[in-house]
Structures are given as C-alpha cells and as structure tokens.
Ligand binder design. Structure first.
Ligand SMILES: [Ca+2]
Length: 308
C-alpha cells in the first residue's frame, strides 16, 4: 500500500525548517533524522520531492539545503509491522520488575515473560488503544488471579458515576440549607466510611455525601438527649434513576431499636426532596440508617438525614 504525503507529515517536518536549526548546523546543508513516529520500522521511504536547491538521501536521513520550504514524502507501510503486537505488549508487562526498595545494584533480574498458548495464538490486530487495553486487562486478570490464589485480600471498589464539568459546577452551587435537629450531632458509622459528617451538616447538595461501599453499611447519629421528632427524611444521592435500599431505626438507649422506615426493597427514586416519613411526635435519641446499595451498584451515598 502506498500512501501519499499527509498534511500532518508536512506539518511535523516543517517545524524543523527554522533559521535556528539551519544556522546551528553551521553547514550549507541542514540534515535531520527522519522523524521517528512518522517513518519508524512500519514504514519504508520510497521517494521524496522538495523545493530545496540541493537535496540528497542518506539512508534514513534526508539532507536539504537551508532554502527548503517544502518536503513531500512517499512511503510504504509494512503490513507485517503490527504482527505480534498483543504478545509483545504482554511480554513487556510480564518482564517488569516491581517496586524495589533496596539498592539498584541488588535489584533482581527482570522476570522471564511467559505466554499461554491461547495468548500466543491470538490473531494479529493492528495497533490501537483497544489493543493496548486488551493486553493490559489480560495482564491485570492474570495478576489478580495470582494474588487471590496466594491468599491475598480482595476489596471491591465502586466508583461514583462520572459527571460532566457542567454537572459538577451546577451541583456545587445548588446547596440548600435546611433545619435539622441532627445537624452537627455526634456520628458513628461502619468501617470504610468516607465523609460521615456530610450526612448531617444541614446542607443538601449532591456534591457532598456520606459514602460507604461496605456490605452492611450503617450511619448513626446521637442527638445528645431524647428529642421529640415527628419527621424523618432520608436524602440519598440523587443521580440518574438509581434507587437506594435502606432502613431507618431509632432508639432511646442505643440498644433497643424500632424500625421507622423500611425501604429494604426500595425501587423508588426520591429526587432532591428525599424520602420523608411523618409520624406522631416520638421521643428518640439515636437515629440509625442501614443501607444496602442501590439499583445501579453496591455503593451507599447519603446526602442528608433530617430529623424534625
Ligand atoms: Ca449534607
């Protein structure tokens, strides 16, 4: 296959045609090596044309006189250039030396990369980001399996859904401040929690929430003394159509609990208003929410628990 000179190629090379380059060479002719990304091993230079007064090819180098303002190249792509790329990527990953805390001179030799029959026989594919990703995932899966086989711990992480910059900005400013008897009161929560203080700071914003991806996640607030409460509102993260599953219990002594809200099998999204439960004035000191993930993933995200 023969490709005509591309605009990109001309652009890259024309960058070298500066007075500085020419005069620094201190010769009547300016020489430069062929740009690596353009004509590395996969491509073979066939011919070139230029408006330079003098020009000559010297192996993989083209020498032009300083008056040159245009260079056009014609090259052939080597169809076998991408052969074995996937295998080559895997070998690179597998011959890495991990972090070595000791002296460089005492660093162990790089491990010998071993490929399975299946990996070796994977058909040829041209270089692409997908191919690199496929190799990376293959190697990650192998290391993960080895880690688990060696009895290594496994922790599951659930990423919060990605937001556009516009969403982040709008959510950052859309802060609603509300009256909350639980505001700023002492909070305890399950291990693995992030920002438990956000769930009773009196602010409603999707940008801030208590987060815990652990199974049996719980968050609990101590009002400090028994208070008469008639409304409990749970505002989970309000995002896409996910519905959070939870129950809310209250207690006077922190030992004996009464279930006030049971949304263990919830499939409802509540929007920014949250799930509100009204009842007769009831004395309570401790309020506890237990969350069981949502319809999208196992994450638990509580924007606010409001007691009034
Ligand atoms: Ca909050």
């Amino acid at each position: 296959m023969t490709r005509p000179t591309t605009a990109a190629c001309l652009l890259a090379l024309s960058a070298l045609f500066t007075p500085h380059t020419v005069f620094a060479a201190g010769r009547a002719e300016a020489g430069f090596p062929m740009a690596d990304p353009l004509l590395d091993d996969p491509a073979k230079l066939n011919s070139f044309t230029t408006d330079a007064r003098n020009s000559k090819r010297d192996g993989e180098v083209i020498r032009l006189s300083p008056d040159a303002s245009r260079l056009a190249l014609e090259w052939t792509i080597d169809p076998a250039a991408d052969q074995g790329l996937f295998q080559s990527l895997l070998r690179s990953y597998r011959s890495e030396v991990g972090f070595w805390p000791g002296k460089r001179s005492e660093m162990p030799p790089a491990p010998t990369a071993v490929l399975t029959d299946e990996e070796r026989s994977r058909p040829h594919q041209p270089l692409s980001l997908d191919l690199i990703l496929a190799a990376w995932k293959t190697e990650y899966a192998r290391r993960f399996a080895a880690h688990v086989a060696a009895g290594g711990p496994v922790k599951r992480f659930t990423a919060v859904a990605m937001q556009s910059p516009m969403e982040r900005a709008s959510e950052g400013v859309a802060v609603r401040t509300i009256e909350n008897l639980a505001s700023g009161k002492k909070v305890t929560c399950s291990p693995g929690s992030i920002h438990p203080e956000f769930a009773n700071d009196g602010k409603i914003t999707n940008a801030e929430f208590w987060e815990c991806d652990a199974k049996d996640a719980w968050w609990q607030v101590d009002l400090g003394k028994a208070m008469e409460i008639s409304t409990l509102t749970i505002i989970p993260l309000h995002k896409d159509d996910r519905a959070y599953r939870f129950i809310v219990k209250t207690s006077m002594d922190g030992s004996n609990w009464t279930v006030h809200i049971d949304r263990h099998d919830n499939k409802e999204t509540f929007g920014t208003r949250g799930c509100e439960e009204k009842f007769q004035n009831t004395p309570m000191r401790h309020i506890r929410i237990e969350m069981f993930g949502n319809t999208l993933n196992e994450g638990n995200h509580l924007v606010e628990l409001i007691a009034r």
